[in-house]
Each structure stands twice: as C-alpha cells, then as structure tokens.
Design a protein around this ligand. Structure first.
Ligand SMILES: Cc1cc2nc3c(=O)[nH]c(=O)nc-3n(C[C@H](O)[C@H](O)[C@H](O)COP(=O)(O)OP(=O)(O)OC[C@H]3O[C@@H](n4cnc5c(N)ncnc54)[C@H](O)[C@@H]3O)c2cc1C
Length: 587
C-alpha cells in the first residue's frame, strides 16, 4: 500500500479517491465495503417524498406526451412542483427545505425519471447545478437571502456556463464582469442552452473577471436585475418540455455581494458544482432504465410471433438480461458515489465522472434496446419508447460529454502515478492539475527515462465476498494490477504526448470504469444475505455476468495498448476530413 492512500477496514480515509487508487493497482477495500445503506435519518422522509412523487406523476402519460409536443410544461404544473416541495429537496430544513442527503436526492430524481425526464430535469437543473453553488460556496448572508426562496420554488435556479464559442472548453468563456469603482460589478455576455433558462429567476453565472485574460468568477444574478433577458425556447430532439433558452446579460449591474465564492475561483467552483451534481443525472438515468425494463418485459411477454411469445427467444432474453445487469450496475455505482459525497469524502470527482459516463451510456443502451423489442410499436409516437430514446440522448452530452469525462477520468487517475515517476514530475504537473483546461500544456521532457514502476501492491478483497463471488473478486484484483501496469506503460511510452494520446486514454478510462463499477456491484451483492433465495441467486448472477463481460472488455483494452490500428484509424479520419465526404461512391 502506498502511504498516500493507506486505510484500514474500520478507519476510512476520506481524502482517498478509490478510483485514483486503482491506477496504482490498489483496491481500497474499506472504500467499497460495506455497501452503503440508506441513512435512517433520511429514510422516512425519503419514503414520503417518493410516495408523493408517485401520487403526483402516476397516470399522467398523456400529459407528458402532450408537453413533449408543446415543448413546455404548463405553469400550473410547475406550481404543483413547488407545492410538493420538490425545489427544496437538498436545502437544509433550517432554510425551509427537506434536507435530503445526496443519495436520497438522487433516489428522488430516479423516481421522477421513471415517469418523465423533463420533470426530472426541471427539478434537477435547479438543485443539482442551478443553486448548488449557494450550498457549497455561499456566505451565510447569501444562504439566508436565497435558500428559503429557492426551497419554496419562489425562485427557480439555472446554471449558466456554456456560451456559443465555449462548450466543453469551459475555461474559454467570454462573458465578463468588470469591477465598478464604488463596489459591485457590470456583467456582459450571452449564455447558451441553459436548462430552466426561461423559467428561472436565479442564475449562477460564470464570467471572466478583470479583462480577457482574467480568471473566471461565479456570480448570483437575479432575473429582475435590469439587463437580464432570456431568449425563446429551443426546439429540441428530446427533453422537449424542459425549458432550454439563451440567457443574456447586457450591462447588468451586480451588487458587491453577488460574488459567489472567492474571486478568480470560478472554474474550480463550476467543476465542484458539476461533480457534486452528477448523482442527480445518474439517478435520473437509473430511473429511466427501470421504466425501459418494465415496458420491455411486459411488451416481450405480450407480443406473439411464430406462434409464441417473443420473450421465449434467446435474442430478446439477451437484451432483457443486459438491460438488467446495466441497471443494477448503474444503480450500485450511483449509490456508491452518493455515499462518498454524504460521508464527507474530499475527492470523489473521478468516481462521480465514472458514474455519470456509465449510467448515461447504459440508459442510452436501455432506451435503444427497449425500442428494438417493441420494434414497430416502439417507433410510433403512440407509445413511450421513442420519447424515452429522444430524452435519453442528451445524457451523454450535457454536464460533461462522455469524451471529456473519459479524458478527465484517465488523466486525473494518472496524475498520482505520473508524479511518482520522478523524472517526469515537473513536466507533468500542469497537465495533470487541470486535465480539462490544460490539454497540450506539457513541457518538453522527451527522451527522459522513467525509472519507477507504479504497481505498489494490492489489498485483497476476496475475503470480503461470499464463496460464490470469489472468482469475480479475483478478476478485479487481477485487472487493477493490470491497470497500474498499463498506466506505467502509457507514461513510459508516450512521455509528453500522453495528454494527446486519446485512443490510449479512452482505453485507460474504460478499464477503470469497468473496475470501479464492477467493484461497486460486487460490494452490493456481497452485502446481501447469501442464501438459496431466487433474489440473491439472481443478484449473484448479475455480479457474475458483469464481471465476465468486464473481464473481456478490460482484456481487449489492455491488449490494444500494445497492439492496435490507431494510426490507420487516425489516417483514415484525416483522409475523410480532407475530402469532407465519403470518398468511395459506387454506381
Ligand atoms: C438540452 C441542453 C441543455 C443544456 N443545459 C445547460 C445548462 O443548464 N447550463 C450550461 O451551462 N450548459 C448547458 N448545456 C450545454 C452543454 O453542457 C454542452 O452542450 C456540453 O458541455 C458540450 O458542449 P458543446 O455542445 O459546445 O460541444 P463541443 O464542446 O463543441 O464538443 C463537440 C464534440 O467534440 C468532443 N470534444 C470536445 N473537446 C474534446 C476533446 N478535447 N477531446 C475529445 N473530444 C472532444 C465532445 O465530446 C463532443 O462530442 C446544455 C446543452 C443542451 C443540448
């Protein structure tokens, strides 16, 4: 064990990132076991909220379909969300909110998403990102001013980062806030595709302070301030009933105390909000998957072809099995990350990114496969499948695309081993400190030799699982060491160009995603009573199915580190970029 991430079964080190430790070959057992249980303090309240969500949303499919067509939720529906307290889910009770934990909040969004993603998003954009900055970085005065109104829904919040020229490259925003001589700021800029943009009256806005080269700062901006306007609703593929608009700031005068968190720390604040909010989106993905499974299972049993139910066909069973394994895995990893946040872990950014990538991609697979099972019916607007599929598509795009998050996962994970490789230390610092910001910033250290191997030994987890999960545990023990070796190979081989070696970084990210998700699954199944019950036996089968598939994927990714066709693929893409079309038409 490396001292940096030492821990014992009983004494959890809250400064250790279990996903980053995997890049050293370490499975920090106490950070996976035991699988987190629902906090009893939250349980009763959570149950009540879930029941009221069910009562409110159940049987409203026709409404959701209509609002999807209209591209908006009606005002009286938003009013009902307010009355139900759904804007105050994570706001402490002292400010009039419900005070749910991160995990419980994620569970509520899961329940909403079982019915409709746009509903989930209206609530989620408010809590997960729109007002989260006040909770995480607000002064006492800011909390007292805003949290009661945000809890009641008198104020609805939105998160304003993206601009026309600045999407994934969030650090390049142009909106600016200039200090006024007597105190306060003048804000100018336009934000693009802002969820809740048209219905919000509270905006967390990111802007450059002190000139074009200035750092970013975060501000609280009220819609009532002169110069704040929102554009018309965007006409979108999915989540159509959720409000998405531009938000414009023209010479908006901001009071001195509108600054949120320290001046110049806006990028860090934006990332902290997004990291903390990822379980909302993860929970939403899990809810959507549960609906897909329910719809697909019923449809497959009812639909008869070739004289039998299509549920009898192997290819249909395969789909249902895959969706179920995916859903269990996504639920496990989202729950694990919620637990890290709730128990005060300081470094969960990579784990949160893993949960977002896995859950959002799994939801897209589930939406696609459930539509495939319903086939022609699935394609028709009369049924919910096509809307679910359109709604799911955004999940891998906003709050960090899958590509950007994979880069973040791989580069953040390699930072530790990278700095251990002593000859590389100074050259790697910049890029690893800020992977999203700093691609291409590595200084020249070509030709230097890396002398240290990063594999530092592994904590055994086979003892933490029941006998029937032992082989599965061995897979994750083996491949965590393989990840450490691969990390070393990558750092040795690519030197300064590692940050631009995206084929390799994607493979590294995919291996650690499989490891972290798989360990969460194993932990969850081993927390169940290992008996002869069907419930346990099928859960153990899920762990086994996930482990075996993960093993094949990890094996393939690791092998491809050494032998691959990356150069051919790059060259082909460049050829197509040059032609700007497919160049092999035949008559
Ligand atoms: C419906 C909707 C709601 C939204 N809500 C909000 C909101 O509430 N607040 C807000 O601030 N923003 C919001 N956004 C913006 C969203 O976060 C961005 O769309 C997202 O960050 C991606 O930015 P982009 O669309 O400009 O894509 P780009 O950054 O232009 O990326 C285009 C493609 O290139 C890839 N790419 C980019 N850089 C790299 C790289 N270095 N390496 C490899 N691949 C790369 C991306 O993964 C993507 O596939 C919303 C967007 C939509 C569509």
């Amino acid at each position: 064990m490396n001292d940096n991430h030492a821990s014992t079964d009983t004494e959890v080190d809250r400064n250790v990132s279990p996903a980053k430790a995997l890049f050293y070959g370490d499975i920090v057992k106490s950070l996976f076991w035991p699988f987190p249980e629902t906090n009893p303090e939250n349980e009763e309240m959570l149950q009540m909220v879930l029941e009221s969500v069910d009562r409110f949303l159940e049987g409203r499919d026709d409404d959701f379909r209509q609002w999807d067509e209209d591209g908006a939720q009606p005002g009286d529906f938003i009013e009902s969300l307010r009355e139900l307290g759904l804007f105050g889910l994570i706001i402490p009770e002292e400010y009039g909110g419900i005070g749910l934990s991160n995990a419980a909040y994620s569970r509520v969004l899961q329940q909403c998403s079982r019915y409709d993603s746009s509903v989930s998003l209206t609530i989620g954009a408010h809590s997960s990102i729109g007002m989260k900055g006040v909770l995480l970085f607000g002064t006492d005065a800011q909390k007292e001013t805003y949290l009661p109104k945000l809890a009641s829904g008198e104020m609805i919040a939105a998160f304003c980062l993206t601009e026309a020229g600045s999407g994934s490259d969030a650090a390049s925003i142009k909106a600016n806030a200039v200090r006024k001589p007597g105190g306060g700021w003048i804000l100018n800029g336009e934000k693009l595709w802002i969820t809740n943009g048209g219905i919000a009256n509270f905006y967390t806005v990111f802007a450059r302070t002190d000139g074009d080269t200035g750092k970013l700062s975060a501000f609280i901006v009220e819609r009532d301030y002169p110069g704040v306007t929102s554009g018309p609703k965007e006409d979108k593929l999915g989540i159509r009933a959720s409000s998405t608009t531009t938000v414009n700031f023209a010479d908006v005068e901001l009071p001195e105390d509108s600054l949120l968190g320290p001046e110049g720390k806006g990028f860090m604040i934006a990332m902290a909000i997004l990291n903390n909010g990822r379980t909302g989106l993860g929970g939403g993905s899990v809810g959507g998957m549960k609906t897909c499974i329910e719809l697909a299972a019923k449809q497959a049993k009812e639909r008869k072809q070739f004289g039998q139910s299509i549920a009898d066909f192997g290819m249909i069973k395969q789909k249902i099995s895959d969706m179920t394994v995916d859903c269990f895995a996504a639920e496990s990893v989202v729950r694990m990350v919620g637990h890290y946040i709730d128990s005060g872990h300081s470094d969960y950014s990579v784990e949160a990114a893993i949960s977002k990538v896995f859950a959002s991609e799994a939801m897209n697979r589930a939406a696609n496969e459930s539509l495939q099972i319903a086939a022609g019916n699935g394609y028709m607007k009369e049924f919910p499948y096509e809307r679910i599929m359109r709604d799911a598509r955004i999940l891998t795009i906003f709050e960090g695309t899958s590509e950007i998050l994979r880069l973040f996962i791989a580069l953040s994970g390699m930072k530790g081993p990278g700095t251990l490789l002593r000859d590389l230390q100074s050259a790697t610092e910049d890029i690893f400190n800020s992977p999203i910001k700093g691609f291409g910033l590595l200084s020249d250290y070509a030709g230097r030799k890396i002398t240290q191997v990063t594999s530092l030994g592994n904590e055994r987890i086979v003892g933490a699982v029941s006998e029937d999960l032992r082989d599965d545990a061995l897979i994750f023990e083996k491949y965590s060491l393989e990840l450490a070796r691969m990390t070393d190979v990558l750092l040795r081989r690519h030197g300064k160009s590692i940050a631009n070696r995206q084929f390799a970084l994607k493979r590294a990210a995919d291996v650690v995603i499989d490891l972290f998700v798989g360990l969460s699954v194993l932990s969850r199944v081993s927390s169940m009573e290992a008996d002869e019950s069907e419930q346990y036996q099928q859960a153990a089968a899920i762990a086994h199915l996930f482990s075996q598939k993960a093993k094949r994927r990890m094996n393939q990714n690791l092998r491809a580190m050494l032998r691959n066709e990356d150069e051919s693929a790059k060259s082909l893409a460049d050829h197509v970029f040059e032609a700007e079309r497919y160049p092999w038409d035949v008559l």
